[in-house]
Design a binder for this molecule. Structure first.
Ligand SMILES: Cc1cc2nc3c(=O)[nH]c(=O)nc-3n(C[C@H](O)[C@H](O)[C@H](O)COP(=O)(O)OP(=O)(O)OC[C@H]3O[C@@H](n4cnc5c(N)ncnc54)[C@H](O)[C@@H]3O)c2cc1C
Length: 491
């Protein structure tokens, strides 16, 4: 196979873990190349989860999950001002609905203290109902964590990726790794449909497929089971129903069905947890939805079912050890696994990145700090959040900010163009949606979808027939449309 490229480190997978690792490695004089099989970053587990910044009281003491959760939470709080991703420390409450559940909360409180979670408090019933008046009157008390919060996982992954690219890392999308080459037990590079890429260090951050990637070098030291979680999302008019992230008292397999705000002012309920045979099966099911509705109503009886706007499911990558698998491969030198990253993997991601960098250093990778490292991303315009005067000034400077494309979320053409032109820019309609929220509102893209398609075609200089909704072959139009890229977004 011809050699098409080379890098010091190849990262397989562009979810929150792979992008956080890319950003951490970009602090050093290393040639980093991240390969993602999908047309955009963070299209797998990172895009469909509860989006909670966990405080860290849930994972068993001494586990990697516990240590990296608490450290990851701290790192997000440090990184947010420079990387600019959306994060809101709402606080979280684990709610007990009986005296027996109160006993479990005391255990959880103690575990949290031992895990190093700051500021935990056991609150009495009256205080809980003061904070959250819409909770069930059965509430007996709650465990409060001030460092719990909500975030936008796609935005965090994008911020890591963008900063990595601004610091010299490279990202190739639609580039699946199909093989890993070794010589005398040492990795020499990866095979892709576009050719061979030479690298002496490879990081396996392939999520649900990280065991498949391990098997490319004969490493079957762990397996991954997909565990599904289903959700219902509610319109913003239900925002305010709860202010903190509300957890039930947890069970052995899951943190339970939550009722929580999203970072964008909606409310969601979910997830349930059951093993799914398929790594690609993200369908919701009637029994699953019934289960989460019942679970959510137990804590918040007034869930406004009429305000539900969409439903979705995500798959946890559960390793057979039950903990994260972050270590060198047992079968090939130079391959480092960041695998089995189930919950709280989103929260732990920046700490996982620190650990992977340290392991790479121990394995012989030279970690010379980059003198010109730029830690910050320039802030993006969020038109709807600006004061009227700032809006007017911006429109005078660039009239595209004066054209509202998504009416539900008040997203302007200027913001959509920015989302396409920034590093790691949008290439699909859903890529625009995840970056600037065009299509995320009540109409779910019914009005703005065609206009976003036309803007993408114009900016990328390709016909509208080449624009995709999301995944590989998700083309939106057939070539009977006359004019292709000339279709106007004036509507
Ligand atoms: C229901 C549910 C709820 C959760 N809630 C929370 C929460 O509230 N808080 C929290 O902290 N965590 C939560 N998690 C966990 C969190 O979502 C995951 O730990 C995290 O998203 C995992 O990120 P990742 O990068 O490892 O995997 P992914 O996001 O799946 O990324 C892996 C990437 O690798 C790519 N890939 C795979 N194979 C290849 C290949 N051969 N070549 C190239 N690319 C490849 C995939 O396309 C994918 O983009 C939840 C998970 C689920 C499912």
């Amino acid at each position: 196979m011809p050699k098409t490229d080379k890098a010091d480190v190849v990262i397989i997978g562009g979810g929150i873990v792979g992008t956080a690792i890319a950003r951490d490695l970009a602090r050093y004089d290393i040639d980093v190349l991240l390969l993602e099989q999908n047309p955009d970053l963070a299209m797998c587990t990172t895009k469909a989860n509860s989006a909670i910044l966990h405080a860290g009281f849930d994972a068993p003491e001494g586990s990697l999950k516990a240590r990296l959760n608490v450290r990851g939470n701290e790192l997000y709080r440090q990184l947010q001002p420079e990387l600019g991703f959306e994060l809101d420390l709402t606080g979280s409450l684990v709610v007990a609905l009986s005296e027996a559940e109160m006993n479990s909360l005391e255990e959880l409180y103690q575990r949290g203290k031992n895990n190093g979670v700051p500021g935990l408090e056991l609150l009495p019933r009256e205080r809980v109902l003061e904070l959250e008046p819409n909770l069930s009157q059965e509430v007996a008390g709650a465990l409060y964590a001030p460092t719990g919060g909500v975030m936008w996982p796609f935005g965090a992954a994008l911020a890591f990726a963008e900063n990595a690219v601004r610091n010299g890392a490279r990202i190739k999308t639609e580039c699946p790794v199909t093989g890993i080459e070794t010589e005398a037990g040492q990795v020499t590079g990866v095979q892709t449909p576009g050719g061979f890429i030479a690298a002496r260090y490879i990081v396996n951050a392939a999520g649900l497929h990280s065991d498949d990637v391990g098997r490319l070098v004969g490493d079957d030291s762990f397996t991954i089971t997909p565990r599904k979680g289903e959700y219902i999302l509610f319109d913003k008019k239900s925002g305010g129903l709860v202010r903190n992230v509300i957890f039930p008292t947890p069970t052995k397999v899951s943190k339970g069905i939550l009722v929580a705000p999203t970072i964008h002012g909606n409310i969601f309920i979910g997830p349930n947890a059951y093993n799914s045979g398929e790594k690609e099966d993200v369908a919701t099911t009637p029994p699953g939805l019934a289960e989460i509705i019942a679970g959510a109503k137990r804590m918040v009886p007034g869930i406004p079912m009429g305000a539900a706007i969409t439903q979705f499911a995500g798959l946890r990558a559960v390793s057979d050890s039950g903990d994260f698998v972050i270590r060198p491969s047992t079968a090939a030198r130079g391959l480092i696994h960041a695998a089995g990253i189930q919950s709280p993997g989103l929260t732990a991601a920046p700490a996982i990145a620190e650990l992977v960098t340290a392991i790479l250093g121990e394995q012989g990778l030279a970690l010379t700090p980059k003198r010109e490292f730029q830690p910050a991303n320039p802030p993006a315009v969020v038109f709807s959040k600006l004061a009227d005067e700032a809006k007017q000034a911006l429109i005078r400077e660039n009239p595209l900010y004066g054209r509202i494309i998504c009416r539900c979320e008040t997203v302007t053409e200027g913001e959509i163009v920015d989302a396409i032109r920034r590093p790691c820019g949008a290439r699909t309609v859903d890529g625009v949606k995840r970056r600037v929220r065009a299509g995320m509102g009540r109409c779910q893209g019914g009005f703005c979808g065609p206009r976003v398609t036309a803007i993408l075609a114009r900016e990328l200089n390709i016909p509208v027939t080449a624009i995709r909704k999301d995944k590989a072959a998700s083309y939106l139009f057939y070539d009977k449309i006359p004019g292709g890229s000339e279709v106007s977004c004036d509507a």
